[in-house]
Design a protein around this ligand. Structure first.
Ligand SMILES: *[C@@H]1O[C@H](CO)[C@@H](O)[C@H](O)[C@H]1NC(C)=O
Ligand SMILES: *[C@@H]1O[C@H](CO)[C@@H](O)[C@H](O)[C@H]1NC(C)=O
Ligand SMILES: *[C@@H]1O[C@H](CO)[C@@H](O)[C@H](O)[C@H]1NC(C)=O
Length: 246
């Protein structure tokens, strides 16, 4: 079997925890290759960075754990594109990871989200590597550089995201500046197949009314005919009797 057709059968998704594409220095990142139960096998997390290409987890940047890879302390040099690859060379879709040098980052979904989904963006500030990140502050949000609003709770929620919401997002802390931009990708919802036209009903209401009316007319005409015929027959019989008596 060719690699491409084999790869359609054996597919994997690269999952990331925490579920975002931007990180602070020294954050702990867990990457895992998730496959359908029937198509396990050995998957390796690989990456391209500005200095290396096709670098597997085992090359030293991460700790391999089965089909997962743990980045214990992320550095800006770990920024790059990451994917899962099987022994046969099959690849998952890739995702971009950015390790920011600054104190503010935006948390946007790392993988494409589906149109209609609820999506929440959050803004995180960390004073230094020893501090704990907080997102409890009033944040300003921008899409493609255009101001979108100030959110006192710090999060911006799309109750039903649409394809027009796709773009680069940044957030801004009241005093600590802006985050690097993060791309949010929206996948259109698959259109359901068109419904077949409904079969015509066997007896529609107007048709039924028509049939009932026809039956009534038929019965009435029959009754009238029988009555008229009887009257005529009786009259004829009487006329005959009268002529016989003459
Ligand atoms: C990684 O880099 C190589 C060489 O530049 C390129 O051919 C490949 O497409 C890149 N992989 C991804 C997933 O971007
Ligand atoms: C990753 O980033 C590169 C460069 O910005 C871009 O061309 C590519 O489409 C991105 N890939 C994904 C999966 O977002
Ligand atoms: C968030 O900040 C506000 C005002 O600074 C404070 O009143 C509130 O208790 C904080 N909440 C949490 C969960 O830290």
């Amino acid at each position: 079997m060719e690699v491409t057709s084999l790869c359609l059968l054996l597919s994997a998704t690269l999952n990331i925890h925490p579920h975002r594409s931007h990180f602070f220095w020294y954050e702990h990142i867990a990457l895992s290759c998730e496959t359908a139960a029937l198509t396990s096998g050995n998957w390796t997390v690989k990456r391209n960075t500005s200095s290396q290409t096709f670098e597997p987890c085992s090359a030293g940047w991460g700790i391999p754990q089965g089909s997962s890879c743990i980045v214990q302390y992320a550095y800006p040099a770990d920024s790059g594109v990451y994917w899962c690859e099987s022994e046969q060379g099959c690849c998952s879709s890739s995702l971009n990871i950015t390790i920011a040098g600054g104190a503010v980052i935006i948390a946007a979904p790392p993988l494409p989200v589906t149109e209609g989904d609820e999506v929440t963006l959050s803004c995180h500030y960390r004073e230094d590597e020893n501090g704990k990140a907080t997102s409890n502050f009033s944040a300003k949000y921008y899409k493609n550089g255009v101001f979108r609003g100030t959110y006192p709770t710090g999060t911006m929620t799309f109750t039903s995201v649409s394809t027009s919401d796709e773009g680069f997002y940044t957030c801004e802390h009241p005093t600590q500046g802006e985050s690097p931009q993060s791309w949010m990708s929206i996948r259109g919802r698959a259109q359901p197949p068109p419904l077949p036209p409904p079969p015509p009903p066997v007896l529609s209401v107007p048709r039924l009314v028509c049939i009932i009316l026809l039956i009534i007319v038929y019965v009435v005409l029959s009754v009238v005919c029988v009555t008229v015929h009887r009257k005529w027959a009786r009259a004829r019989a009487e006329a005959k009797r009268a002529s016989d008596q003459l």
